[in-house]
Each structure stands twice: as C-alpha cells, then as structure tokens.
Design a protein. Structure first.
Length: 126
C-alpha cells in the first residue's frame, strides 16, 4: 500500500493548496525535500514565472541545477508555460495561476494581461 502524499510547512501538515501557495511564492525562502518525480522542477518553474509576473527582470533570476541538460529543460519549461499562457482563456489562465499558489483575490484583470504578455516581454529582452 502506498502512503498518501504529505505536505508540510515548518513541520505542520497542510493541504496541497496551502503548500503550493507558500512554496511557489517567489518572495519566500523555501527548502523543498522530495523524491525524484515529485514535482520539484514544476515548483521551481512556478517560482520563476511568479517572479516574472511580479516584475522581476529575467536577468535577475538565478536557478542552479546539477547539469546543463536540467538547466535546458527548466528553461524550456518556463518558455513553454509562458507561451501557453499567452493564448489561454481567462478561465484556463486563472486555473494555471491558482495551481501555482495565487489566490482568486490576487488574480485581477491586470494580472491576467501581465501573464499573457510575459512571453513576448521576455523574448524581446533576449
């Protein structure tokens, strides 16, 4: 029998939504411990796109990986996610942002516009 997934913050078990709200917030310092395939890269990509959403310049974001292959995969995931966001409906984009720890209160029309424009903005800055 497999154990259910457990999410905790400072030793307290929390619901997944609360965990992702904390772990994906780019202004928080976090340590995430998880086995292979648990979603650590997904979470790091979420933190990167949330930092971009807050207005952080891409050249001010540093993510360290163990291999060039992992770095390229992460860069590709960020690029693919921003490209997908550029054409999503409001409902789909809201779901994407909720999954990455934003609250409904945080997701304003301005945030949706900013999320849709991030890909073009980052590409223009390359």
């Amino acid at each position: 029998m497999t154990q259910p997934l457990s999410y905790s913050i400072n030793g307290q078990v929390v619901q997944p939504q609360a965990f992702y709200a904390a772990a994906c917030h780019p202004l928080r310092h976090v340590v995430v411990e998880a086995c292979a395939g648990a979603g650590k890269t997904w979470m790091l990509v979420a933190r990167i796109v949330r930092a971009l959403l807050l207005g952080t310049a891409p050249q001010n974001i540093l993510a360290i990986t163990f291999t060039n292959k992992a770095a390229a995969e992460m860069r590709g995931r960020v690029d693919e996610l921003m490209a997908a966001w550029a054409t999503m409906s409001d409902a789909a984009l809201t779901d994407e942002l909720l999954a990455r720890g934003l609250s409904l209160h945080d997701i304003t029309p301005d945030v949706l516009v900013r999320a849709r424009g991030m890909h073009a903005s980052v590409l223009a800055g390359r």
